[in-house]
Write a protein that binds this ligand. Structure first.
Ligand SMILES: [Zn+2]
Length: 268
């Protein structure tokens, strides 16, 4: 079924695709009222919020907290370094894991849990969900969840679509799985990878952060599947201690997403 047909008859299709046990939890049917033009990608927070109004982009809080999240792991090349840095700064974070990477690196998941970090679902193999059929979207979200659980994680309650690409179909399946979809306020690599130096990139990130912001960084540089490119995260590893040190100096504390959500109201 194509995406438009899915949204027209959404209730019945959700029932078919994700099982009779979950449909009753959805309080309102999805609608196809997005302002997105056909073929347009949800590449900005504004477009993502239009496509998935339940998504969280930050938290309105009076507490001096910033949510810290990492995507695309676990990755044996980088995740242990991130774990060491977070331990050094006594910081807990939320890791959005790719299912196939979790399957290949269960030992790193055990280390996340032992350190008190939270684990979220980042799909089975990092597909760009808005390009998929509804059935494929369901397979990506459910498959990611199953892979995480099989690798030793508790059932995830937080979800992040790869690259932030989303639409109403993705929202239907995330909601049906009782996920809270977490986007972000600032992406570390967007600044660090484009600045003359890592320190200048970190400074640019810090200047944009305030209580309730959600920071995205990446501890994964690849998807454990054929024909996927490998991304060098060396600059992120250099940036992380500078970022955490800078937050401290600003009087802000980096926390996992659950802690941030408990401190105030989601900022949509
Ligand atoms: Zn990702």
């Amino acid at each position: 079924m194509d995406r438009r047909g899915f949204l027209r008859g959404a209730g019945a299709c959700v029932l078919c695709a994700v099982g009779a046990g979950v449909i009753g939890r959805r309080t309102a049917p999805p609608h196809a009222s997005s302002d997105l033009r056909a073929g347009e990608r949800t590449s900005t927070a504004k477009l993502r919020a239009e496509a998935q109004p339940d998504g969280v982009f930050g938290v309105k809080t009076k507490q001096p907290l910033v949510g810290l999240t990492f995507d695309d792991g676990p990755d044996p090349d980088y995740t242990p370094t991130v774990q060491d840095i977070l331990a050094r700064f006594d910081v807990k974070a939320t890791f959005f894991l790719i299912g196939v990477n979790a399957t290949a690196n269960g030992r790193l998941i055990a280390a996340h849990l032992a350190a008190g970090h939270t684990i979220g679902n980042h799909t089975l193999d990092h597909a760009e969900l808005e390009l998929l059929t509804p059935e494929q979207v369901a397979t990506e979200i459910d498959g990611g969840e199953r892979a995480l659980i099989s690798a030793g994680a508790p059932r995830p309650r937080l979800f992040r679509p790869p690259k932030g690409f989303t639409d109403e179909v993705v929202g239907v399946f995330a909601d049906a799985g009782r996920y809270r979809t977490i986007f972000w306020t600032e992406c570390v690599e967007r600044f660090v990878d484009r600045s003359p130096s890592v320190a200048e990139g970190v400074q640019a990130v810090l200047e944009r952060l305030h209580p309730g912001s959600i920071v995205l960084a990446h501890d994964g540089g690849r998807v454990d599947a054929p024909n996927r490119r490998v991304v060098d995260r060396t600059k992120t590893m250099e940036a992380l201690p500078l970022l955490l040190d800078g937050l401290r100096k600003m009087g802000l504390r980096a926390v996992d997403i659950d802690t941030l959500l408990r401190s105030g109201e989601p900022n949509r």
